[in-house]
Design a protein around this ligand. Structure first.
Ligand code: ZN
Length: 208
């Protein structure tokens, strides 16, 4: 049994509606015959775009962790918490399940996602043919876990709402939360820009 990729057979499909077209020579500005979307064999500038977004995420993750995520004012005293100091607070005050949720959602998952995308980009850059199935699985994993990293923003929002209701203290979301949300969104865009078919291009070339 031999499988042929669409690119090898001279076909390309529309990203928007899926209609398959016969590919003419390179260098054409192609449009889908059915829906008018731009056609390309691989996402254009996939690697450069993913790198740019990934580097932006690495830069923004610093203020996201250093700046306070929220500030609580109670009895005239203001206490600002970063992500890690929040985790430590919940750990020392016996709410370890909350500490685990916040650590997983705001430290572990975003870091894992950045690490996986960096690894995939380097492997494609080096034209690696190492375990393409596993690398494709890793890519699917980043898409699957990505949606859970926004949990942290919900935790901040719910805490703010609860404390406001109780009137015991004033609580405000800090700049750290803004940077954190930016990291999450930019990482999602970086994963979106990466074309997982690039993983297979070098492997297919070797096997034929
Ligand atoms: Zn189309």
């Amino acid at each position: 049994m031999s499988a042929v990729t669409a690119a090898e057979a001279g076909f390309l499909s529309c990203h928007a509606c899926g209609l398959v077209h016969r590919a003419p020579g390179a260098g054409h500005d192609l449009r889908c015959a059915r829906c008018g979307a731009a056609l390309h064999l691989r996402k254009p500038n996939s690697i450069a775009r993913s790198w740019a977004l990934l580097i932006a995420a690495y830069v923004l993750i610093v203020p996201a962790n250093v700046l306070p995520v929220m500030a609580v004012t109670s009895l005239g005293q203001t206490e600002a918490d970063t992500i890690m100091s929040g985790v430590i607070y919940f750990l020392t005050h016996g709410s370890w399940p909350l500490a685990v949720i916040i650590f997983t959602a705001s430290v572990f998952v975003p870091m894992m996602k950045l690490a996986i995308l960096t690894f995939l980009l380097i492997s494609v850059h080096r034209r690696s043919s190492w375990r393409p199935v596993d690398r494709t699985r890793l890519y699917r994993l980043t898409e699957a876990i990505g949606r859970w990293s926004m949990v942290d923003i919900y935790v901040v929002t719910i805490t703010v709402a609860l404390v406001r209701l109780g009137n015991l203290a004033t609580i405000e979301a800090g700049w750290g939360a803004v940077f954190f949300a930016a990291v999450v969104v930019i990482t999602i865009l970086a994963a979106e820009s990466f074309d997982p078919r690039l993983i297979w291009d070098h492997c297919d070339a070797r096997s034929t």
